[in-house]
Design a protein around this ligand. Structure first.
Ligand code: F6R
Length: 241
């Protein structure tokens, strides 16, 4: 694991966007694994700025997002499909046909999850997977549990995740209580992983996940054994390392 410690959130976003842009420049038809949440918003803004300056093109890029809330349609403004369209896809030259987000309202969720895994494989696997970090150590929506989940699956969200995500909804009762997420196995198959964490609130879990024991109770800890994982932190998130 390689740590990059930056001064501010904006510096983290710039550093992450530079690494993603390098990936695209070295392989214009790369497969990117993408994340939602507050952390990568600045990275997407930087990537859009790079696109507008003509420094990077998403024309041949394929994307797979980590997760989606169960029960939300892609048109819902809290869905992760909506988030990705709004923050990235609508602002660059990507072909939306090649952007994938698990369906939140499939009639056959089991098949949807299997098909998602197959589609990643058929695309040649993820070249670079972008991740945020949950306060409980989750990556994607792989919540603390007894065994690392392997593939894309349905998951009930923990109370702490529901509470953390309620800031984006009108009330906590509106937060979906379940989601579909890539598994830890899916994430670990990515050729390169780039995890971002910022702010003092993440300091404790950063230390636990990357300096503590590797355990499914702290799902992100598995990244300690990934062969090419870069963690970009601001000073606050790195403060307990
Ligand atoms: C989002 C995702 C989650 C978030 C995590 C951190 O697609 O998979 O694991 O990365 O909950 O969220 P923020 O960035 O809002 O602190």
């Amino acid at each position: 694991m390689q740590f990059i410690i930056e001064e501010t959130y904006e510096d983290v976003s710039r550093a992450a966007a530079d690494i993603i842009a390098e990936q695209i420049q070295s392989k214009p038809a790369a497969v990117l694994g993408l994340a939602t949440g507050s952390t990568p918003i600045g990275t997407y803004e930087e990537l859009v700025a790079k696109f507008k300056r003509g420094e990077v093109s998403f024309e041949d890029i394929t994307t797979f997002n980590l997760d989606e809330y169960a029960g939300l349609d892609g048109d819902h403004d809290q869905s992760y499909r909506w988030f990705m369209n709004h923050h990235l896809f609508d602002n660059v030259d990507i072909d939306k046909v090649r952007t994938h987000v698990p369906s939140g309202n499939s009639d056959d969720p089991e098949k949807m999850c299997e098909d998602y895994e197959k589609a990643i494989e058929e695309a040649g696997g993820v070249d670079l997977q972008l991740l945020g970090l949950g306060h409980n150590g989750h990556i994607g929506f792989n919540e603390p549990c007894d065994e690392f989940p392997v593939a894309t699956h349905y998951v009930e969200l923990t109370r702490s995740t529901i509470e953390a995500n309620s800031r984006l909804f009108n009330s906590i009762d509106e937060v979906p209580t379940a989601a579909y997420t890539m598994g830890i196995g899916t994430i670990m198959k990515a050729k390169k992983v780039l995890l971002l964490a910022t702010g003092e609130g993440k300091a404790e879990i950063v230390k636990k996940a990357f300096k503590g024991e590797v355990t499914p109770q702290v799902p992100a800890s598995i990244l300690q054994s990934h062969p090419d994982c870069t963690i970009i932190l601001d000073k606050e998130a790195a403060s307990q390392l």
